[in-house]
Design a binder for this molecule. Structure first.
Ligand code: BG6
Length: 486
């Protein structure tokens, strides 16, 4: 569906990495698919290029290669570039924002300001926009990281909140824009089959993994001051957890969905600092190999302090204190340089209460739902079946649902969906301030404890599944990570 009215999409950080890899390619795809209103304009703001021609040359050189991998349509690319305008501006000089007002003030439709910049510029940019009256009829998009802890995130939210109302603020968590994450809502609330079982009476434990093979990819400086807990857990993993655990919302209205997610985040059992070593594992990779290719230790990456204690791996045991989930452990894990790139949710159902069919009916490999979010979106339901032949021997079998076999086209990249949502004013897939606060509040004791601890993160070899302590934590609960089962 095409965005129905005109818009001006102002991209701060127009020559940055995110603009190059994600935002401009996503806008091009939306344009190519005919999803952007004809009159919509994209105004890139940066200081490196002198004028529009120089900026378009930069786009051709740097953005086109990221677009081409999906097969470039030259005619669409040319017409896409016609939408792109350029404003040269030094963001540290609020007194210069008049130039931006002159460039966009008379363009029709809603204004979207996308801040693909470091968080230290969020507040100065918002204030400068207000000083030239550009905060009216506008939406503002804030990229993560939004703050470093609860206090700094509140400081940004307070300052931005003085200029933009909450309904104008779009906080990006790109995981919420992923097709399979959307599909979790469809799976849970579109089917009667799973919902009655989706509770403590039937679920023994849940695992959520986001594993990456990549390392810090030239972002050593940023990452070393951030770590996996802030980079992945506070946002992506807790958002996934809240979607898996939330109550059915009464509608897909933005606040109906976000209210339910918030309830989950507020029901997370607070972590007692004395228990951290039992419920949280932090690791850091040393040298190893990913699929046979040697990779260096984290501590030798560019921008990383040689004696860094920043975690590149986190595993957590989380509990939700409500009637649906009391006592069910949720195991969360994420890490860089792990054995595989996979994002997956594993729902382990309880075995049958009494096995008339013998001990194999109690085996853990059955009664399980595995929802793979990436790289290939699949849902696999494991059951037990009788092995053919004599006797009653059971074996684990599975029903497979591979989405690309059902829907051969129409998949949309996360950023494309999110940008279209901003332009169209749909807030459901963006993080509300209270959700963000609840997530920070919950991770803070872990951050505090780790910052004060004199124990370094546990080492793991690049290309493995993280430190042994991660497996040991699950073993204490009589379970193991999915890949350890065979
Ligand atoms: C980002 C993190 O938010 O998500 C990165 O900052 C991480 O460190 C990335 O690599 C993972 O996203 P995806 O979509 O590749 O799973």
């Amino acid at each position: 569906m095409q965005t129905d009215s005109s818009f001006t999409f102002v991209l701060f950080g127009g020559t940055g990495d995110l603009s190059m890899r994600k935002i401009l390619p996503a806008l091009y795809e939306a344009h190519r698919a005919g999803l952007l209103a004809e009159t919509g304009k994209i105004v890139a703001v940066a200081r490196h290029e002198d004028n529009r021609d120089a900026y378009l040359a930069w786009v051709n050189e740097h953005v086109k290669p990221h677009v081409s991998k999906n097969g470039l349509d030259e005619a669409a690319w040319t017409s896409f570039l016609e939408r792109v305008l350029y404003v040269k501006l030094d963001l540290s000089r609020p007194e210069d924002f008049g130039v931006l007002r002159d460039a966009v003030g008379t363009l029709p439709g809603i204004r979207v300001f996308y801040l693909a910049t470091g968080p230290s510029l969020f507040v100065p940019i918002c204030r400068a926009l207000a000083s030239v009256g550009l905060n009216e009829n506008a939406r503002i998009v804030l990229e993560k990281p939004l703050g470093y802890d609860l206090r700094s995130s509140n400081a940004i939210n307070d300052a931005v909140g003085e200029i933009f109302a909450e309904g104008q603020i779009y906080r990006i968590d790109h995981y919420l824009g992923k097709e399979p994450v959307q599909n979790l809502l469809a799976l849970r609330f579109g089917n009667a089959l799973f919902e009655p079982l989706w509770r403590r009476e039937w679920v023994e434990s849940i695992q959520i993994t986001i594993a990456e093979e990549l390392g810090v990819e030239g972002r050593g400086d940023f990452y070393d001051n951030t770590g996996a807990l802030r980079d992945m857990v506070q946002n992506h993993l807790l958002q996934l957890l809240s979607i898996i655990a939330m109550e059915p919302p009464h509608s897909m209205d933005a606040d109906a969905v976000r209210d339910e997610k918030l309830r989950v985040l507020r029901s997370l059992k607070p972590i007692d600092p004395r228990d951290i070593s039992k419920v949280a594992v932090r690791g850091q990779y040393h040298a190893g190999g990913i699929r046979g290719t040697p990779v260096p230790a984290y501590s030798t990456e560019k921008g990383v302090k040689p004696d860094s204690t920043t975690e590149t791996f986190v595993a957590l045991k989380v509990e939700i204190e409500n009637w649906r989930w009391a006592g069910v452990p949720f195991f969360l894990r994420t890490g860089k340089r792990l054995a595989d790139r996979v994002a997956e949710i594993v729902v382990n159902f309880r075995p049958v209460p009494h096995s008339a069919l013998g001990a194999t009916a109690l085996r853990p490999g059955a009664n399980r739902l595995v929802i793979r979010l990436q790289p290939n979106e699949t849902i696999r339901l494991y059951c037990l079946a009788k092995q053919p032949g004599e006797g009653m021997n059971l074996a684990s079998v599975h029903l497979d649902l591979a989405f690309d076999q059902f829907f051969r086209e129409g998949q949309m990249e996360a950023y494309q969906r999110l940008l279209l949502d901003v332009i169209s004013g749909r807030l459901a897939l963006f993080v509300r301030r209270d959700e963000q606060e609840a997530a920070w509040r919950w991770v803070e004791p872990i951050l505090g404890e780790w910052a004060n601890s004199n124990k370094p993160p546990k080492p793991y070899a690049a290309g493995t599944w993280g430190p042994a302590a991660s497996s040991a934590m699950l073993a204490q609960h009589g379970t193991c990570w999915l890949e350890e089962e065979n």
